[in-house]
Design a protein around this ligand. Structure first.
Ligand code: B12
Length: 308
């Protein structure tokens, strides 16, 4: 529950009331009686919290579907003028149209619609707001069997292509920080989830740091080699929580192997749903674990790696 409160910005009283009075979510209970929230429920609570902060009454929105909440959020964002309101409405409709094209497995249409979304949305909003919410809806549709795994893969590829372009375009920011640092990005061998990682790389470029994006599925030996040749200040590793059956390398084994081989002043910056499985006491260097991209951005603003 603590983690849910931190992620949504709600307080415990609000959360209990939203559950009891409005059935905003219905978490299950563990054997010891603790509430257990799914990722979908946490995302839903965070959308509800955003809308309540914008002035909506919880009683009016608690029963709405996740799709309706997403659409409301996109339409109701504070905007300075009428034309940007039109833009936001357009992007909400396009999000729905994208999902519906994906349900029909109409990839050319989905690509065109996503192009329109990109045109209507600023890179920052696209990367840090729209894409995570869209991925959440895609994940939900897979669970509901409205999208197949192959459709999920295809949608991810389309969206990832655009994310990479945003990242590439930001090269103009590189080195503009007062103290630019060098970061190397990867996910471990067998982990194909790199949306959070590319968001982190984009955040570092926005702040004017040097970034090398090695991508997903990097064997530890290849990563060690890359660190030795490029000498970064920190490596940034995206760590998805995978089941034992899916996992090729355990998170702790992966990090410990790299830890043994590279010089001790290369920091480890870690994030993703599996990052809480990291055994810090088994690592010999400074390790930073971020629950959100926002936390990483805060760290980039305050301190820099290398102990400065
Ligand atoms: C997209 C997706 C995929 C894509 C990944 C494409 C890509 N290039 O990333 C593809 C299709 C390849 C894929 C494959 C699989 N996936 Co998948 N996937 C998802 C999905 C739908 C969305 C994940 C996502 O990108 N979200 C958007 C990002 C931005 O959010 P996020 O990952 O939560 O990250 C946030 C934070 O954790 C943090 N963060 C994350 N990384 C980092 C890194 C740093 C440095 C920092 C600072 C922060 C940070 O910031 C983000 C924003 O808040 C989720 C469902 C879901 N609801 O999450 C399933 C999900 C993660 N996948 C799952 C599974 C089971 C699989 C597969 C085994 C089966 C399948 N569906 O094909 C395979 C195999 C994967 C493998 N071996 O790695 C499970 C994992 C369950 C588990 N614990 O085992 C999930 C949860 C779906 C489910 N409910 O079953 N998947």
């Amino acid at each position: 529950m603590k983690a849910v409160l931190r992620q949504t910005g709600l307080n415990a009283d609000n959360l209990r009331a939203w559950e009891k009075r409005y059935q905003a979510v219905k978490p299950s209970r563990s054997e010891s009686g603790r509430r257990v929230y799914t990722e979908t429920e946490v995302q839903r609570l965070s959308m509800l919290a955003d809308l309540v902060r914008q002035g909506h009454a919880i009683s009016k929105i608690a029963q709405k579907s996740d799709e309706e909440l997403l659409s409301m959020l996109q339409k109701s964002k504070p905007s300075s003028n009428a034309s940007s309101r039109v833009t936001q409405t357009g992007s909400a409709e396009s999000t729905e149209a994208f999902l519906s094209a994906m349900e029909k497995f109409d990839l050319p249409a989905a690509r065109v619609i996503f192009g329109k979304i990109r045109f209507l949305t600023s890179p920052r909003d696209l990367v840090f707001d729209l894409v995570p919410r869209l991925m959440f809806l895609i994940g939900k549709k897979v669970i509901e069997r409205k999208l197949t795994i192959s459709q999920e893969h295809a949608a991810s590829e389309i969206i990832q292509g655009y994310m990479k372009r945003v990242y590439e375009d930001l090269v103009i920011h590189e080195g503009t920080s007062r103290k630019p640092k060098k970061f190397l990005f990867c996910t471990r061998e067998g982990d194909l989830h790199d949306f959070g990682l590319i968001m982190a790389a984009i955040a570092c470029r926005f702040e004017g740091h040097h970034t090398s994006y090695l991508g997903r599925n990097m064997p530890a030996t290849a990563m060690i080699e890359a660190i030795q040749s490029t000498r970064p200040d920190a490596i940034v590793v995206g760590l998805a929580r995978l089941s034992e059956a899916e996992e090729r390398v355990r998170i702790s084994d992966y990090l410990e192997k790299i830890d043994r081989e590279v010089r001790p002043n290369v920091e480890f910056w870690l994030g993703g749903s599996g990052a809480d499985l990291v055994r810090r006491d088994h690592l010999s260097r400074d390790v930073w674990i971020f629950e959100t991209i926002h936390e990483l951005e805060e760290k980039l603003k305050t301190t820099a790696p290398g102990g400065i």
